[in-house]
Design a protein around this ligand. Sequence first.
Ligand SMILES: N[C@@H](CCC(=O)N[C@@H](CS)C(=O)NCC(=O)O)C(=O)O
Length: 257
Amino acid sequence: MPTPDPRAFVLFHGWRSSASRRVRLVLAEKGLAYESRLVDMLRGDQHSPEYLAMNPNGVVPTLLHGDRVLYESSVVAEYLDELYPEPPLMPADAYQRALLRNFVRWIDEACLPKLIVFNWSQSMQPSASQWSEAQLAERLARVPSAQRREAWTRVARKPYTDEEKAEAMQGLLQLPQRMEAMLGASLQGWLFGAGFSIGDIAATPFIMRISELKPGAIEALPRVADWWQRVRARPSFTAARIEPYAGSRAAEASAGG
Ligand SMILES: N[C@@H](CCC(=O)N[C@@H](CS)C(=O)NCC(=O)O)C(=O)O
């Protein structure tokens, strides 16, 4: 059981956001309760001055732990794991931890931009394409990163083409392919070391989306298929509400990448 801590957790998140899903998985694995604050990304809540004061990157999730403000899902995950060591979610071995951190960084830098192509086309484009030029300019002025200004401009004005989507899917599929090789090399059932870890958690929302966007892709990789079955059987998967992207409950207010 986690050590009692007087500081309460408040999570600013989106049900469908991959990074938010990671943090909810860690909270669930640790048995930590939190107050949920949904961020309406379509409305631009993540770019409001109040939100940017907490998270200057203008993205979800942000976790408050009492008066402490935490952001970047992988950083939040490690913070929680250090503070609440049971059950451990980082490998005991330093080299495995180094490999894990590089894997998570690769997902963030290489896979997330590709997932956005699909998620934003589905969740943001229908509304964003209706914005006037003035509305779009006002929105873009508050987006702190050039990469995300570009993504918002694309869904508002220049929808991703089928060719770009096919290319993004090829890129995304590198994740399960890489995992198949990793699971084959480790033969321990999990991506890093002997136990379920933050590495497995980081990949989970992406494998969920790939399984929805490309039916059969996960089943075609026997070790990943077996891993995926075991991940979904964990109580944390249900507690964290890793639900179908188009599902009614998850599709409420917040969109997500
Ligand atoms: N590296 C960040 C990525 C967070 C992120 O990109 N969040 C997306 C949802 S998954 C978001 O807030 N998108 C809204 C926007 O960019 O305006 C993390 O891991 O926390």
